[in-house]
Design a protein around this ligand. Structure first.
Ligand code: PMP
Length: 345
């Protein structure tokens, strides 16, 4: 009797993870891995940020912590502190209580929950025809995450000018002008993957002007806050500018890279709504989506990030002690000693 799985086709491996596996098996003493962009020591070993080790020890020693399920939307102190680093401590939107968040499984999870919500409730109900625009080129998972959430019309917008080796602003603006109203645009908040090229302030202003006039939805993907300029505030400029212009936005935040917490799957979906009432209805639906997706999120990585961001001394240490330990390098304030390597997983 044949297996009930005998007709299952073999899927192609995910290239960047396959590359990592091949690298591990390669016996060459001179091998170099240009795949996943993750911190390494000079000996090429995974590197845990000193502040992360410190907080992990604090968590382990804290007998008041336990393993109760978190709320469906996640750890409140993580969500609020994560949204604050995206929008700014004194963001008027936060003060007006129209910012909320969903703790997600990495930046990927945040994109997924945002996409599921938008398919259900954006531009009508269950409107799978709303175009979703991703940059050309982009992180390879963007297309599939939105397609898998049910969107049928994934398009690309012009971004990279190969000849000029820089941003194709006129192409980008042209695609914004011709996109159907209410289309969703996935915007890399900073450190665009894979080109490393971001719009400057004047260019972002033009992008925002067209998006506002044409009622386009801005879904920021912020996977590298701190990596572009070396400064958390500067790298959030575009997000904050859009919010200052009255946009309602989603922002998928990943803490995989800037905290080196890749396998802890720490992400946050920040929602900026017009007012508290809209926010509350949106979050109530997000709760339903999370419930049927992973029910509730894991705590360890979110605790590490939440405790760090909420404790001034630890946050300061995180911004100054850097990847090589005390004083030698600067995590968010200055240049990264190890370049982030594109393309990424
Ligand atoms: N967005 C972009 C642009 C990325 O490069 C990545 C990871 N490489 C992600 C999102 C997802 O991050 P995470 O590993 O936290 O899911």
């Amino acid at each position: 009797m044949s297996s009930i799985f005998s007709e299952v086709p073999q899927a192609a491996p995910v290239v960047v993870f396959k590359l990592t596996a091949d690298f591990r098996e390669d016996p060459s003493p001179t091998k170099v891995n240009l795949g996943v962009g993750a911190y390494r020591t000079d000996e090429c070993q995974p590197w845990v940020l000193p502040v992360v080790r410190k907080v992990e020890k604090l968590i382990a020693a804290d007998d008041s912590l336990n393993h109760e399920y978190l709320p469906i939307l996640g750890l409140p102190e993580f969500r609020s502190s994560a949204s604050k680093i995206a929008l700014g401590e004194d963001s008027p939107a936060i003060l007006e209580k129209r910012v909320g968040a969903v703790q997600c499984l990495g930046g990927t999870g945040a994109l997924k929950i945002g996409a599921e919500f938008l398919r259900r409730f954006h531009n009508g109900n269950n409107n799978t025809k709303t175009p979703v625009y991703v940059s050309m080129p982009t992180w390879e998972n963007h297309n599939a995450v939105f397609a898998n959430a049910g969107f049928e019309d994934i398009r690309s917008y012009k971004y990279w000018d190969a000849e000029k080796r820089g941003l194709n602003l006129s192409g980008f603006l042209g695609d914004l002008e011709s996109a159907p109203e209410h289309s969703i645009f996935v915007l890399h908040a900073c450190a665009h993957n894979p080109t490393g090229t971001d719009p400057n302030h004047e260019e972002w202003k033009k992008i925002a002007e067209v998006m506002k006039r044409r009622n386009l939805f801005a879904f920021f993907d912020s996977a590298y806050q701190g990596f572009a300029s070396g400064n958390l505030e500067k790298d959030a400029w575009a997000i904050r500018y859009f919010v200052s212009q009255g946009f309602e936005i989603f922002c998928a935040q990943s803490f995989s890279k800037n905290f080196g917490l890749y396998n802890e799957r720490v992400g946050n979906l920040t929602v900026v709504a017009k007012d508290a009432d809209n926010l509350s209805r949106v979050l109530s639906q997000m709760e339903k989506i999370v419930r049927i997706t992973w029910s509730n999120p894991p705590s360890q990585g979110a605790r590490v990030v939440g405790i760090t961001l909420n404790t001034p001394e630890l946050f300061a240490e995180c911004q100054t002690s850097g990847v090589h330990g005390e004083g030698e390098a600067h995590l968010f304030d200055g240049q990264w000693p190890h370049q982030h390597v594109w393309p990424d997983h």
